[in-house]
Design a protein around this ligand. Structure first.
Ligand code: B12
Ligand code: SF4
Length: 504
């Protein structure tokens, strides 16, 4: 069977004028995961429109087309689906947006898939071979046990800055109102992990040093995370991930992560207005000292990528300046800002819709950069302008200097400037690298920046400059065998409890 898997892009990512680096970061891991279930004699191709041009008319017609649909790329996904169906090709649509609005998607598909695909996809493949496919498949059995190896060979590695993205869990133990998570995992477990051994085996398969864990909350199951980090210790990896504020404050886990190579963490602070947290059911953030979170990460040598959402009901027009000022004063290296966006299927969407505050359903604009609801504490114009101003202000050189000067040592300050400036001040350089298909060549730069963080002296205090970082790296390489020894040891002790059952 000839199978074509497509990750369509939203318009901005295919712009001939300028493509932000964020679209060339990660390969289509979901599709490569599904490809792992196809038998070896199937002919499989993955197309990622974020990094390559695709015209269906210029390619041979496959037997099966699989499309992963995000809200912002729904229009393009349906356009491609309709094109193939008009030519008699079987079209399967799945992913987050299909799960939120299966009826909308079903108008463009032969089969739609709700939720994660690890159970429904192999069931569908069996049906397809027997000619008995259903219109809709809904995931119920949630497990990552026995996952076939991800078909990373189908990924065009050189087109991504971070080809080594990985997920070792699905979902998250929390239930924030604005998050897609509860809608996507409805009808089954909403947080579960791989067996630690399987996760370590997947990590071992990845070449080079750098990893990016795309898990919603890598620290969500403390037992799993502890064993994972123990298993990774000494392997010389440097990695980035996402975690919640409560997990950072939990004693012990962060330190273990740093020992295993954690160098930068995406943290969902979301808002500096306490009223918003309760409204969004972001209970794990309520009453937490955000300053302490940043200090803990800084002391552990972990860079912070702070995420903030503007436009919640307690936000007034002053929220932008206050948030930027707070983040700069804390010495946060990078920040991501979003306009609050009610995604269909979420509790937030239901509430805002019931209040008659959804302005339109043009899904392409549900990209967290456009206002799609009527805000309470300001006008839509104020919200959109404030959002763009926040980005400009945070990444202004004067604020980068101010942020850097929150660091105690000259080496740390320099690193702050190089890393934060590198992302935002050289977007045009990234664009050239993307267009020439050479973005992977920049990975050593990222690895160097990351590996110079997080180095600890034997006494446990953090060491500062790049030279010391390099010395520490050499020691890390020497420790590699030690790490493997530990992994083998752990694996032996763990097999009994393999498949650590998550809570949630
Ligand atoms: C990496 C990532 C990106 C990357 C690239 C995406 C990629 N290459 O896949 C980049 C940086 C480009 C990105 C951009 C954006 N992202 Co993003 N991103 C993610 C992230 C962190 C991980 C995705 C991932 O790899 N997951 C792991 C794989 C294994 O899971 P999966 O992709 O979901 O695939 C599984 C299932 O969905 C299912 N499946 C998927 N397709 C199909 C098809 C069939 C036929 C079947 C059977 C099954 C199936 O099976 C797979 C295996 O279980 C998610 C959060 C998350 N945890 O998923 C957010 C997330 C997907 N992003 C989100 C958003 C909002 C955006 C942006 C709009 C943000 C912005 N302001 O720009 C943009 C635009 C995205 C677009 N292209 O349209 C939201 C999506 C909300 C929604 N309802 O669609 C998420 C969920 C984050 C969040 N918590 O809100 N993102
Ligand atoms: S902590 Fe993050 S991933 Fe978990 S429910 Fe809240 S927003 Fe979603």
């Amino acid at each position: 069977m000839r199978v074509l898997m497509i990750l369509p892009a939203l318009t901005e990512a295919t712009s001939p004028l300028f493509r932000p680096i964020k679209y060339s970061l990660f390969p289509p891991l979901g599709l490569a995961t599904l490809a792992g279930y196809l038998p070896g004699d199937d002919e499989v191709r993955i197309v990622d429109e974020h990094v390559e041009r695709f015209d269906p008319a210029l390619a041979d017609l496959p037997d099966l087309v699989v499309i992963q649909v995000y809200i912002t790329s729904a229009r393009r996904s349906y356009e491609l689906a309709d094109w193939y169906r008009a030519r008699g090709v079987f079209v399967a649509l799945g992913g987050l947006h299909v799960t939120s609005l299966p009826d909308e998607a079903a108008a463009h598909a032969d089969s739609v898939f709700c939720g994660p695909g690890e159970d429904t996809w192999p069931a569908f493949l069996a049906d397809l071979r027997q000619g008995t496919t259903a219109k809709r498949y809904t995931s119920k059995q949630r497990t990552l046990a026995g996952l076939p190896p991800i078909r990373r060979d189908l990924i065009k590695r050189h087109r991504y800055l971070v080809p080594n993205s990985i997920v070792v869990s699905r979902g998250c133990p929390h239930h924030c109102d604005f998050c897609y998570k509860d809608a996507f995992f409805e009808g089954g477990k909403s947080f579960y992990t791989q067996a630690v051994d399987d996760a370590l085996a997947e990590i071992d398969r990845l070449p080079g040093r750098h990893l990016y864990f795309l898990d919603d909350h890598l620290f969500g199951n403390a037992r799993f995370a502890t064993e994972l980090f123990e298993g990774m210790r000494g392997a010389g990896r440097v990695w980035q991930a996402a975690g919640t504020v409560d997990s950072i404050l939990r004693p012990g886990l962060l330190e273990r992560a740093v020992d295993a190579g954690l160098r930068s963490l995406f943290v969902g602070f979301e808002t500096i207005n306490a009223g918003n947290l309760a409204e969004q059911r972001k209970r794990q953030n309520v009453g937490r000292d955000y300053g302490q979170v940043v200090r803990r990460l800084r002391d552990a040598g972990v860079m912070v990528n702070a995420s903030f959402v503007f436009g919640m009901d307690s936000d007034g027009p002053d929220v932008f300046d206050r948030t930027v000022d707070w983040a700069v004063r804390q010495g946060i290296e990078t920040a991501t800002f979003h306009i609050m966006t009610p995604y269909p299927g979420t509790g937030l969407f239901r509430r805002i819709e019931a209040e008659g505050r959804i302005v339109h359903r043009d899904w392409e604009l549900y990209d967290t950069r456009h206002v799609v609801h009527e805000p309470r504490g300001m006008t839509a114009r104020q919200l959109e302008d404030g959002y763009w101003r926040a980005y400009k202000d945070f990444y202004r050189w004067s604020n980068l200097w101010r942020g850097a000067s929150a660091k105690p040592r000259p080496g740390d300050r320099l690193r702050h400037l190089a890393y934060a400036g590198g992302w935002k001040k050289f977007e045009r350089v990234w664009d050239v690298l993307i267009r020439s298909g050479q973005v992977l060549h920049a990975l050593p730069l990222l690895e160097t920046a990351l590996s110079s963080f997080g180095t600890r002296s034997p006494g446990g205090t953090m060491r500062g400059d790049l030279l010391e970082g390099a010395v520490d790296d050499r020691r890390g390489a020497g420790d590699r065998d030690h790490g493997r020894g530990r992994r083998a040891e752990l694996a032996a002790g763990r097999r009994r409890g393999a498949g650590v059952e998550p809570h949630g």
